[in-house]
Design a protein around this ligand. Structure first.
Ligand code: ADP
Length: 584
């Protein structure tokens, strides 16, 4: 199929600060000598045209390809919506792999283990991230039938996956990201919990322990639980649940790793249980998937849906229109994408999972003068996400009428409950938007800001002071802006201590460390309530936080219906890895 030509007079994207550097380094197409082959305008048109051109085969569509390409282009260059990085990098190119999230199975044989390593390498090369469960591998020191030898166990294989990842660079710029999961009832669980004890170990992996309902109840009742060898189903040992939970808390306190995911809860929401159990998520935890499944994500920039004046300031009609366009976009991405393995193509096309989410949430709150750590913010989070989930599902229903439901629909829980039909087995996910938020010039995902202003060192030694635009605007409006103040804010990041600033400004412009950990968690739970998949969120803790604080956070996450939780205690590690703007 030929792509629609770029129309004359197409508006030029206006790039937010830093977007140009990131685009040039990572997204613009390059020639064999590394020379840049396209402009940002050409990039966004390439993506819009490639994704819109999938529309041609759907004869019942009310859009022409040309018209849809213009809508998609407009969505992206106004930064109201951006698809995940691989779509921006690869749409309309020979590579054509457009999804960010993959889960691969790891079977209990040499062949299956090394197949998984090979498939992961192919996925990393194409810009995607991979998640694996190691729970099916026999524990270390088990017998190996064919050789009479002794198995080395999940953690030693994890190291091989990690080394392989280290060597495969994505387009020469970033390393791949992985999630490694082990069930809490696997006999090697204690070693797994300690696997990232030493700084730098397994640094291409995020680790999460897969907690079960049985285990959580054993913690609650202070009982023992069973460790079961997966290859024989034999009980190997019994451990005190609270001791294991305590070790988990201790390690998370020391280094942030491992996180936890609630496996039974994730499977309770599995829309296609007939196709098997969900055993892992993607690298940052927001996307549970079946083995060999992939998912493409996209994010709506909430900071763009505010009127300049008036009280109820949210532009709901515009938001609704864009959600419907974004769902169409993401569904077309599934058709446009070429996956590195036939089995993945098959699974993806069967369930057609997409993950529409949000970014710019902290900016939206700034613009509405609502403190992140307030009941009002939680109420608004639920209202906004409920709206997005409802409209995304309604858009998926419209697509099912035009294009047919996802092929796995008849056996899905939706069909069982007489819901739908839907085009997509899931519609909503909240991604970290580590790089997308830089391209869009907004706050990332549903996280609060890290600093209201900071100093960026540029190459020739020059210092550039960067401030959040809404903060700067509010200071001007209150007539307290001064370059000296901005320097002061940059040195600490926060204005919490500046008691000469107006009370309202200090209340509204809070940063990650001004916010009590429980508010972080409540915000995650508010968004999770209306998200089909999961929510990427870090609960930031001050350096002084205790192990008991983390124990409480984990327990609250369980009680509040989160699908998992990741904590990070300030200063517990000298550098943070994975999923930062630079991709690690
Ligand atoms: P982006 O902003 O680049 O689109 P996000 O920060 O929202 O990406 O991350 C979304 C998902 O993309 C992650 O959960 C992971 O699956 C994938 N991803 C992120 N960074 C990397 C990386 N360095 N390598 C591979 N996959 C990645």
């Amino acid at each position: 199929t030929s792509l629609p030509e770029m129309p004359a007079g197409l508006p030029e994207p206006v790039l937010p600060p830093n977007a140009e550097v990131v685009l040039t380094k990572r997204y613009l197409r390059k020639g064999s000598q590394g020379e840049v082959l396209e402009t940002p305008r050409q990039l966004y048109w390439r993506v819009a045209a490639a994704i819109a051109s999938e529309e041609a085969k759907y004869v019942d569509s009310s859009y022409s390809v040309e018209e849809l390409a213009l809508h998609f282009y407009d969505l992206m260059i106004t930064y109201r919506f951006l698809p995940n990085s691989p779509t921006l990098m690869n749409a309309g190119t020979d590579l054509g792999q457009l999804a960010a999230c993959f889960v691969l199975p790891v079977g209990d044989s040499m062949e299956e283990i090394f197949d998984a390593i090979k498939y992961a390498a192919l996925i990393h090369k194409s810009g995607g991230g991979t998640g694996f469960s190691f729970s099916r591998l026999r524990p270390q020191k088990s017998r190996v039938g064919s050789t009479g030898g002794i198995a080395s166990g999940p953690i030693s294989f994890l190291r091989i996956f990690n080394t392989a990842t280290e060597q495969v660079k994505q387009g020469g710029t970033r390393r791949g990201a992985n999630m490694g999961i082990l069930r809490v009832d696997h006999p090697d669980i204690l070693e797994f919990i300690r696997a990232k004890e030493r700084e730098g170990d397994l640094n291409n992996f995020n680790l999460s322990v897969g907690l079960t309902e049985v285990f959580m109840q054993a913690v609650e009742k202070d009982e023992e639980y069973e460790l079961v060898a997966p290859h024989t189903n034999q009980v190997k040992e019994r451990l005190k649940a609270r001791e294991v939970f305590g070790l988990l808390v201790q390690k998370a306190w020391e280094s942030g790793d491992p996180g936890i995911i609630f496996l039974d809860r994730i499977n309770r929401d599995n829309p296609t249980p007939g196709q098997g159990e969900i055993e892992s998520t993607n690298p940052c935890g927001e996307q549970p998937l079946l083995p060999y499944e992939a998912c493409n994500l996209g994010s709506i920039n909430l900071s763009r849906y505010i009127q300049n004046s008036g009280k109820d300031d949210i532009l709901w009609d515009e938001l609704k229109r864009d959600i419907h366009l974004a769902v169409r976009f993401l569904d077309n991405v599934i058709d446009a994408s070429r996956y590195p393995l036939d089995k993945i193509t098959e699974t993806v096309q069967k369930n057609r999972k997409i993950g529409l989410g949000v970014m710019g949430w902290a900016d939206m709150l700034f613009r509405l003068n609502i403190p992140y750590n307030s009941q009002e913010a939680l109420n608004l989070a639920e209202k906004v996400m409920h709206f997005i989930q409802f409209e995304a599902q309604s858009a998926s229903k419209t697509l099912a009428e035009e294009r047919g439901p996802f092929p796995g629909f008849a056996e899905s829980t939706f069909a069982e409950h007489k819901q739908g039909p839907f085009r997509n087995a899931t519609a909503t996910t909240i991604a970290p938007t580590g790089t997308l938020s830089i391209l869009a010039g907004c706050s990332s995902g549903v996280e609060p800001l890290f600093a209201l202003s900071f100093v960026r060192q540029v190459m020739d030694g020059e210092r550039l002071l960067e401030a959040n635009p809404w903060f700067e605007k509010a200071l001007h409006a209150a007539q307290c802006f001064s370059p000296k103040l901005m320097e002061e804010v940059a040195s600490k990041g926060t204005i919490h201590h500046l008691d000469y600033l107006p009370e309202t400004i200090r209340k509204v412009f809070v940063t990650a460390h001004d916010i009590q950990p429980t508010w972080h968690l409540k915000m995650q739970a508010a968004f999770q309530k209306f998200t089909d998949n999961a929510v990427s969120k870090t609960v930031n803790l001050p350096h002084e936080a205790t192990r008991e604080d983390i124990w409480q956070i984990y327990w609250m996450a369980y009680e509040m219906g989160c699908k998992g939780v990741t904590v990070y205690r300030d200063g517990c590690k000298s550098n943070q890895v994975l999923c930062t703007g630079d991709g690690g």
